[in-house]
Design a protein around this ligand. Structure first.
Ligand code: F6R
Length: 611
């Protein structure tokens, strides 16, 4: 949620940190700060608001020139977003600066203990307590690394931290537990970050630190240890994201760019995974044998937000193609219930970031109960990717816009493949497999066709931009798409929107319908087309303002809907991949026309690494 960037090397750290923080702004954007170690002194700069506010508040470059520094962009958890609460925080003796992602659960007890030792605090934040604790132990141990190790052993909660200290002017120490931290390896320089997006313009060589690891860096070398000071031999990985994936290019917003990227990101999700000879697909990383898969009697898919919506679509696909019962669970509920995981159940966790705290906790809960848990993630090396027993990358590339778009369609694509694999292992015919494989290859160009409707969708958006509420209706597989459309609209335009199974409308929400209520209906030609048409007649009878997503060639729907957005015909299983695109564009344009920052909606952060 927050972002960390640290630099040590021969260049000026400040512009590298500021640039890195800008790339992480999508993770948190209420305040920011940086600290450099210069001439044996710490210089700390902080600002409320955007990174540009921090940048503007910095003194002349020669004042901030230093080869070592750390920075942070914040999304407030403890304490208001103001300058005092912004990171870096310092300790009692003013010797350290510390930036922190995560939450220290026992900070009140630690604060009490430190207070009895004479420590005085300037804020109510957990991070300031952590800074005091770390500084206290460095002083006690007379060693940077072991001071950090000793302090962190007392901490309950999650952390990714980076620390600089006046007594160790050539070192940064960083550590993680439950919050991502990555070491970037350059040429006589190192970077520390919570997200590779901050550093890939400098290096693609990285080490994903593991929980409980501490790294001490100077500009020549790094040393990784555990909290118990055991040496760690870490694996260097190569980031496969392109620099262009973290740039906006010619687009006004990342969200729009990512909506357009779906033509290629969907293809990347199935490329190399189709097995024409056997009329099925292959998901290499699942780490499960065909025999084991054949024995699966039940599937649980766990996720949050948009990923949860993708899971609901996955349920529909797997149940209809493979006849295996699927339960979809909110990770936040699953982890605190007493979930039942019958024998022969396969659990999937689904997460774009691979860092969502609730999903990670659900994964651990399911594993603790003996289940095999597979991950469907986007971010390579993320905690969920590493901790699951196997899994699939969706290969969507960096998703920077806070509202998830291309990750959703890539998740759905992977779930389509999974449904096909499971189906073909049971009773799905080879003919269906052949048809599936032929059609999935056409989906990218069909998405492109939908994207060509952008201007028309913008005009429709203008007709609903001043609405206070909106209702999204769909049946079957289109119901989760309706949920996703409503989520997109509410999170970036702040219009209250609800997704509903179309037929449920008459059991309550129909009372809300009047001439001011836009009703977005996914009314595609499929087995239940007639049913949704009846539901729309009910809406029309109450003067609702209908916007229909319909199948090309469906002229009748024009009698009901004020606006019709036509999408190409496809097999039922692929319809969500097309129908969600106009809903993404609709939400984008409504928010844009209302004048909101589409990429950084208020109160939201890209990856929710706290409960
Ligand atoms: C909505 C959105 C969120 C995420 C949710 C889970 O546009 O992006 O609802 O889908 O926070 O995030 P991941 O998939 O990273 O676990």
């Amino acid at each position: 949620m927050c972002g960390i960037v640290g630099y040590i090397g021969k260049r000026n750290a400040t512009p590298i940190i500021v640039e890195g923080l800008k790339r992480l702004e999508y993770r948190g954007y209420d305040s920011a700060g940086l600290a450099i170690n210069k001439d044996g002194k710490l210089h700390i700069y902080k600002a409320v608001g955007k990174i540009t506010d921090l940048e503007r508040s910095l003194p002349e470059p020669n004042v901030t020139f230093s080869n070592i520094g750390i920075g942070h962009t914040r999304w407030a958890t403890h304490g208001k977003p103001n300058k005092t609460n912004a990171h870096p925080h310092t300790g009692q003796y003013g010797k350290i600066a510390l930036v922190h992602n995560g939450i220290i659960e026992n900070y009140k007890q630690l604060r009490q203990k430190l207070t009895t030792e004479g420590h005085q605090f300037n804020t109510e934040t957990d991070t300031e307590v952590l800074a005091h604790l770390v500084e206290y132990f460095i002083e006690k141990e007379q060693d940077f690394t072991s001071g950090v190790q000793k302090a962190l052993k007392l901490v309950e909660g999650t952390f990714g931290i980076a620390v600089i200290h006046t007594d160790y002017p050539e070192n940064i120490v960083a550590a993680r537990k439950g919050s991502p931290l990555i070491l970037g390896i350059g040429n006589e320089e190192f970077f520390i970050t919570s997200d590779v997006a901050a550093i890939i313009i400098h290096t693609k060589k990285v080490i994903y630190l593991k929980d409980g690891e501490v790294v001490n860096l100077n500009h020549e070398k790094f040393e990784i240890t555990t909290l118990d000071n055991e040496a760690v031999k870490a694996k260097i990985s190569e980031v496969d994201w392109d620099v262009s994936s973290i740039e906006k290019g010619d687009y006004e917003h990342f969200m729009l760019k990512e909506i357009y990227e779906q033509v290629t990101s969907v293809e990347n999700a199935f490329r190399g995974r189709l097995m024409n000879k056997l009329s099925t697909a292959r998901l290499g990383g699942l780490n499960i044998t065909g025999n084991e898969l054949r024995k699966v009697k039940k599937i649980q898919i766990i996720g949050c937000g948009t990923s949860w919506h993708a899971a609901l679509i996955g349920k529909n696909m797997i149940e209809s193609l493979a006849r295996i019962p699927v339960e979809v669970e909110y990770a936040s509920e699953y982890r605190y219930r007493n979930p039942i995981i019958p024998e022969d159940t396969l659990v999937f966790v689904i997460s774009q970031s691979g860092e969502t705290a609730d999903t990670l906790a659900a994964l651990r809960e399911a594993q603790a109960r003996g289940a095999k848990v597979l991950g469907i993630t986007n971010v390579v090396g993320s905690t969920i990717a590493r901790e699951s027993d196997g899994g699939v990358y969706i290969h969507a590339g960096a998703e920077i816009g806070v509202a998830s778009t291309k990750a959703f369609t890539s998740q759905v694509t992977v779930l389509c493949l999974l449904a096909l694999i499971l189906g073909r292992m049971k009773h799905l015919s080879a003919q269906y497999g052949i048809k599936f494989l032929k059609e999935i290859k056409r989906i990218p160009q069909k998405i492109e066709k939908v994207l060509n409707l952008n201007e028309e969708i913008e005009r429709i958006a203008a007709t609903i931009k001043d609405s206070k509420n909106a209702l999204y209706l769909g049946r079957g597989m289109h119901y989760p798409v309706a949920l996703e459309g409503a989520l997109k609209l509410k999170e970036i335009s702040y219009i209250h929107a609800e997704g509903y199974p179309a037929a449920e409308m008459k059991h309550g929400p129909i009372a809300l319908i009047d001439e001011k209520m836009p009703v977005v209906a996914i009314a595609l030609k499929d087995a239940i087309y007639d049913k949704i048409i009846s539901n729309l007649q009910e809406v029309k009878a109450r003067n609702g303002h209908i916007i229909a997503i319909a199948t090309e060639g469906d002229e009748n729907i024009k009698d009901l809907a004020e606006h019709v957005i036509y999408i190409p015909e496809t097999m039922d299983i692929f319809q969500p991949l097309l129908s969600v695109v106009p809903l993404q564009l609709l939400a984008y344009h409504v928010a844009h026309l209302r004048g909101f920052n589409v990429d950084q909606p208020r109160n939201l952060a890209k990856s929710v690494t706290v409960e």
